[in-house]
Write a protein that binds this ligand. Structure first.
Ligand code: ADP
Ligand code: MG
Length: 326
């Protein structure tokens, strides 16, 4: 067994790997697999990808034929939308493009390392613009029939909330037979592989959980067995601040605003929890962390409903807030 590591950018975030393998270095295969998945299937930004083609066909009465894999991804995502009462919604593309928080956060980060005076100013969209974009969203308007998808005019699919989880699912499948142990992480999602300790196979992995109040620190660690997918959603991952409001990248599909940001904007965003999901499926862990984040921080729904959703899918949920990890 030898130790191999790797780190590079993938899907707009950092992919990193640290494994022990008796089978050579899996990094190149892994990274190429991620790039292929992003460009061929998942990215709405990359011209020619399957999601790009689906979006380009929005409003076409003929619809578009789906690959078997994409049909499965979309069907499973729509089921999470349904079960979460719309807290998770892959049809928010018009809204995520309007807010453009992923790009804005990156720009701020890059500018932050230079002179302060050059820092770009973020201007949030107006209520009117949000309303107009929100009208183009809504999972219940998607029709999938006989392996074809029909989107209404103006709708845009965005699989940003599940891309990393889908990729880690593929990684787990590809490495299933290999004598390998370690962790692979993509943004806020982590896959554990094999046994942490060969002489003590039942010893779990300990996955560090970031403290949302101070992301440079850990709030603690949770024990998980090999073959787990651990996904965390929080308001500290990607955000910009403007006029004292933290505009983060997780949107409430009911308001069209980042979760916790009130309309009219009244300073601050009320976020009480980051959410970590542990389960045995990559797509599901990623989808549920986003869904449970939205529900747990919704004053009308709250942590109990988020926990019920996770349990319905056989997943474990951890809330990370002022009281530590619950
Ligand atoms: P990260 O990408 O930081 O790991 P997530 O996995 O939770 O975080 O996904 C965030 C991305 O999902 C956003 O950048 C956006 O593209 C999309 N998104 C935002 N809000 C929602 C939502 N309520 N339902 C589904 N997708 C969302
Ligand atoms: Mg997610």
């Amino acid at each position: 067994m030898k130790t191999y590591t790797g780190t590079d950018l993938l899907m707009g975030t950092v992919l990193s790997m640290k494994v022990e393998s008796g089978d050579g270095d899996p990094w190149k295969t892994l990274y190429a697999m991620g790039q292929d998945l992003e460009t061929r299937e998942l990215s709405w930004r990359i011209e020619g990808s399957e999601v790009w083609r689906i979006n380009a066909a929005a409003g076409d009465p003929e619809g578009l034929e789906l690959s078997p894999e994409m049909e499965e991804i979309l069907t499973r995502c729509l089921a999470v939308s349904e079960e979460s009462g719309g807290a998770f919604d892959i049809t928010l593309g018009a809204l995520t493009q309007l807010w453009d928080l992923d790009r804005a956060a990156l720009e701020m980060q890059e500018a932050g390392s230079g002179a302060e005076s050059t820092e770009p100013v973020y201007t949030p969209p107006s209520d009117e613009e949000v309303r107009a974009a929100l009208a183009r969203c809504g999972y219940e308007k998607v029709r999938i029939e006989e392996h074809r998808i029909y989107l209404p005019e103006g709708m845009r699919i965005d699989l940003g909330a599940v891309g990393k989880g889908i990729f880690l699912g593929h990684a787990a499948d590809a490495l299933q037979e290999a004598p390998i142990s370690g962790t692979i992480s993509a943004g806020g999602s982590i896959l554990t592989l094999g046994n942490k300790n060969r002489s003590e196979p039942s010893e779990p992995w300990n996955i560090g959980i970031v403290d949302p109040a101070d992301p440079s620190q850990l709030a603690g660690a949770i024990p998980v067995p090999g073959g787990s997918f651990v996904s965390t959603s929080g308001d500290y991952e990607r955000y910009v601040e403007a006029d004292g409001v933290r505009y983060h990248h997780l949107l409430d599909p009911h308001t069209g605003y980042p979760v916790g940001v009130k309309r009219p904007v009244s300073g601050g965003a009320e976020i009480n929890y980051a959410v970590t999901i542990v389960c045995t499926d990559g797509l599901l862990s990623d989808a549920l962390s986003t869904a449970c984040f939205v529900i747990a921080n919704d004053p009308e729904r709250g942590p109990q409903q988020a926990r019920e959703l996770a349990e319905r899918f056989g997943a474990q949920m951890y809330l990370v807030g002022a009281d530590g990890i619950l």
